[in-house]
Design a protein around this ligand. Structure first.
Ligand SMILES: [Zn+2]
Length: 530
């Protein structure tokens, strides 16, 4: 689709943060043939390692994990605490195999980013993912063209490119060639769903903008067996909110919109000031920051009722808190330490320099009040997310990142802990829960016998501090008085192929350095001249 048409579609549909980003970017650049990673091996043993299963099982150490080809063959527990020396069944390394000494290291399932738009620089994006232990991503929309993405997905599945596994959910109205034609009748909606199924979509994103069309689309999706994710746009939430979606069988809701509307008790629509204009994003996101305070109070009758019904319906929350953090702390967002080494200046500009034409770059005049509102909003939102989890609801991790892939998903883990999740619950949300929502939990999402070897290995304890999973590691004052960076994922294993995570991150920096040299651009804080 050409840029002008895409821009109009974005403007009309107010498509999520990536829309404007995608519209202004050049076309998708397929990643090169895989040069990185070793394996899969006839036998790969992770020796004396601490295992964090992803199932809420507490860690066990030291364990030997035997991987044959792409799957976990056996897991050998110690007979005595703190030593594997006494283990009766220590597996021996067979000729041709590889052994990784996991002493002092931790293994957990590969992470799953349930909301990551695949951007034009795919090699950059995929390497940032694997550098952070992310072994599966879902592309919500696949607006670059499902046919093209199916090829990329297939290459990744065959191990031909350095990339996580990909799930491609087609955005309602898009076609495999990337063209767009929004179905506006029930019949057209049903036809589109059947088309999406036939074209090999793993699921659908959104289902239209009027209740009749949404109902028809979701009904058809159920019939043909397509999973669904919905971003409830503020233009439609008064007519169709998150509870309507849960009742219609939607698998997952994205972001935060549509949830407080399901919990309104003294109004039917968000308070909009008389001069409100939805296309003014300062207004959209500024006013949006007061939304949760307009819904039912936590633990009130209405709040409980909505929460319980959603849990009962098997609904999944994919909050993508990280992409909204810039609204509660704009300075933090634009000065994160990984921006300078790992972000393209053009991407920084698109996401974080205020603009009236770029979606999500909405800080025209971002005030103390805006940030105070958003902090309160986060508290109310996180309270719902945490209680939803406590009562048996599924919560997954998605980043909706346009720039700092990988880093942002680790931040999402931190935000779940901030919401009240225990570290083991955070790990489950980032791994097994995501696999369940995508329908791939038979094969991935936990470190269990028979599953694919999709793993993250790190030499620090992530349950103590999720910051050790950032590519840049975590800061630690050592006993000798020196200040060090510790952690950073060491190895990411995708279906038995072992990637040196730090090497992938170094590749990313090289790409960014080259881009800076070529364009002469660097990251400059908004409003300052270079
Ligand atoms: Zn998105």
């Amino acid at each position: 689709m050409n840029r002008i048409v895409e821009h109009i579609v974005c403007a009309v549909l107010s498509i999520a943060p990536l829309c404007a980003f995608a519209a202004a970017e050049p076309k998708m650049v397929a990643p090169p043939e895989r040069k990185e990673g070793e394996g899969p091996y006839s036998q790969l043993i992770l020796r004396n390692i601490t295992i964090i299963e992803g199932t809420l099982s507490p860690p066990i150490s030291p364990v030997d994990i035997v991987i044959e080809g792409n799957r976990i063959k056996s897991i050998h527990l110690p007979d005595a605490v703190g030593s594997s020396a006494y283990s009766k069944d220590k597996p021996a390394l067979k000729p041709g195999g590889r052994e990784i000494d996991g002493t002092g290291m931790y293994v957990m399932p590969g992470l799953i980013d349930n909301h990551q738009h695949i951007a034009p620089q795919m090699e950059y994006e995929f390497k940032l993912n694997l550098a952070h232990g992310i072994t599966t991503i879902r592309d919500p929309g696949t607006t670059s063209g499902l046919a093209f993405m199916n090829e990329i997905k297939d290459k990744s599945a065959k191990g031909l490119i350095t990339a996580p596994k990909i799930k491609a959910y087609l955005r309602f109205g898009y076609y495999p060639d990337g063209s767009f034609n929004l179905p506006t009748t029930e019949q057209a909606a049903r036809e589109w769903i059947r088309m999406a199924k036939a074209a090999g979509a793993d699921g659908i994103k959104d289902a239209g903008f009027t209740p009749t069309v949404i109902k028809a689309a979701l009904d058809e999706a159920k019939k043909v067996g397509l999973r669904s994710m919905i971003h409830h746009r503020q233009t439609m939430v008064a007519r169709w909110n998150a509870l309507d979606s849960a009742r219609a069988g939607v698998t997952q809701m994205e972001h935060w919109y549509g949830l407080p509307e399901a919990m309104f008790f003294d109004r039917t629509v968000e308070y909009f000031p008389p001069d409100f204009n939805y296309q003014n994003e300062q207004m959209r996101f500024g006013e949006g920051g007061t939304l949760y305070a307009q819904g039912a109070k936590p633990y009130s009758e209405k709040w409980n009722k909505v929460l319980d019904e959603m849990v009962q319906l098997g609904f999944t929350l994919d909050p993508t808190m990280v992409v909204y953090e810039k609204f509660r702390d704009y300075m933090r967002a634009r000065t994160q330490e990984w921006l300078e080494p790992y972000a393209f200046p053009s991407a920084f500009e698109k996401a974080l320099v205020p603009s009236k034409v770029r979606h999500g770059a909405s800080q025209y005049n971002w005030t103390t009040k805006n940030e105070a509102d958003w902090r309160r909003q986060f508290e109310l939102w996180q309270q719902f997310i945490n209680e939803f989890k406590n009562r048996g609801g599924r919560v997954t991790t998605g980043s909706d990142e346009a720039m700092l892939f990988g880093f942002s998903l680790i931040r999402e883990l931190e935000l779940l802990q901030e919401a009240g999740f225990a570290p083991l619950e955070v790990v489950r949300a980032g791994t097994l829960s995501g696999a369940e929502a995508l329908g791939i939990d038979k094969d991935t999402g936990s470190v269990e016998i028979g599953k694919l070897a999709d793993l993250l290995i790190v030499d620090q304890n992530p349950l103590e501090n999720f910051k050790v999973l950032y590519g840049t590691g975590s800061i630690k004052l050592m006993d000798d008085g020196s200040v060090k960076r510790v952690g950073g994922v060491k190895y990411t294993v995708k279906e038995g192929v072992v990637f040196d995570a730090k090497k992938l991150l170094a590749d990313v920096k090289t790409m960014v350095d080259a881009e800076k040299a070529k364009t002469g651009k660097k990251i400059v804080q908004p409003g300052f001249t270079p």
